[in-house]
Design a protein around this ligand. Structure first.
Ligand SMILES: C[S@@+](CC[C@H](N)C(=O)[O-])C[C@H]1O[C@@H](n2cnc3c(N)ncnc32)[C@H](O)[C@@H]1O
Length: 235
C-alpha cells in the first residue's frame, strides 16, 4: 500500500474532527436498521465504527492508511469492542472483502478522495459488489458554496484549539487542497468534488437505485446545500 496523506495525521485526526458529531447517530441507526454486518469504507480511526460496534453491530473497516487503522484498533480495544471490528488495510476501489453484507457505508466525505468519474464508478461498483441483493450503500459528500470558498480560501484558520486548517480551492478543476497542522502532525491532501446530480447519475450507472438524498443527517430533504447524504439500494 502506498503511503497515505492520513498516515502523518493519524494522531491528529480525532482532535481535528472533535466537533464533527452530527453524523454518528445517523450511521449507527443505519447499521442497526440493516441488522447485519456493516462494511465501512474509509473507516479511519473508528469515529463512526466504534459507536456502531458499541451499539451491537459487527463492522468490517477498510482503509488505505495503516496509521489510521492502528489508532482505530487501539481505540476499539480501549472501548472494549476490539472483537467486533475487523480492520483491513486496502483501497476502497478494490476492498479486500469477500463477505456479502446488507450495508456498506462511506462516511465523512471519503469518496471525495476519488479524482475522476472512472475512479468513482470503480468505487461505487466495488461497493455494490459487497452488497446482498437489496442491500444499501450509504455515504455523504459535499459540494462547496461560493460563500464558503470566499470565506476560507488560502487562509490558515484555527479549527480546534492548537489545530489549524487551510483550504485552497480551485473552482475550475473542482478541487480542494486541504491542509492541517497541529502538534501531533501535519499533512495536505486533495479532494475532488462534483455536483449532486452527477452523484445521482453515477449511482444509477453503477447499478443503484437512489432511495433518498438528504441535505443533512437529520434526514431533511436535499435542497441545494453543501452537504448531501445518499441512501442507495443495490438494484
Ligand atoms: C475523512 S476520513 C473519514 C474517516 C471515518 N470514516 C470518519 O468518519 O471519521 C477519510 C478516510 O478515508 C481513507 N481513504 C482515503 N482514500 C482511500 C482509499 N482510496 N481507500 C481506502 N481508504 C481511503 C483515509 O485514509 C481516511 O481514513
Amino acid at each position: 500500500m502506498t503511503k497515505s496523506p492520513y498516515d502523518a495525521i493519524a494522531r491528529l485526526y480525532d482532535p481535528w474532527s472533535a466537533s464533527v458529531v452530527e453524523d454518528v447517530s445517523f450511521y449507527v441507526d443505519e447499521a442497526l436498521a440493516a441488522g447485519g454486518d456493516v462494511v465501512e469504507l474509509g473507516v479511519g480511526t473508528g469515529r463512526i465504527a466504534i459507536p456502531t460496534a458499541l451499539a451491537g453491530a459487527h463492522v468490517i473497516g477498510v482503509d488505505s492508511s495503516a496509521e489510521m487503522l492502528a489508532v482505530c484498533a487501539e481505540r476499539a480495544r480501549q472501548a472494549g469492542v476490539g472483537a467486533q471490528l475487523d480492520l483491513r488495510l486496502g483501497d476502497l476501489r478494490r476492498p479486500p472483502v469477500d463477505e456479502r453484507v446488507p450495508l456498506v457505508t462511506c462516511p465523512f466525505r471519503a469518496y471525495l478522495h476519488l479524482r475522476d468519474d472512472e475512479e468513482r464508478l470503480q468505487a461505487l461498483r466495488a461497493a455494490r459488489g459487497l452488497l446482498r441483493p437489496g442491500g444499501r450503500l450509504v455515504f455523504d459528500v459535499f459540494t462547496p458554496s461560493r460563500e464558503d470558498v470566499e470565506e476560507t480560501d488560502g487562509r490558515w484558520l484555527e479549527r480546534e484549539p492548537g489545530i489549524e486548517e487551510r483550504a485552497d480551492w480551485d473552482l475550475r478543476a473542482q478541487t480542494l487542497t486541504l491542509s492541517v497542522r497541529g502538534k501531533d502532525g501535519a499533512s495536505s491532501m486533495t479532494l475532488w468534488w462534483i455536483e449532486p446530480e452527477r452523484w445521482h447519475s453515477l449511482l444509477a450507472e453503477a447499478g443503484f437505485d437512489v432511495l433518498a438524498c438528504y441535505g443533512w443527517f437529520d434526514r431533511r430533504p436535499f435542497a441545494g446545500g453543501e452537504d448531501s447524504v445518499w441512501i442507495a439500494a443495490r438494484r
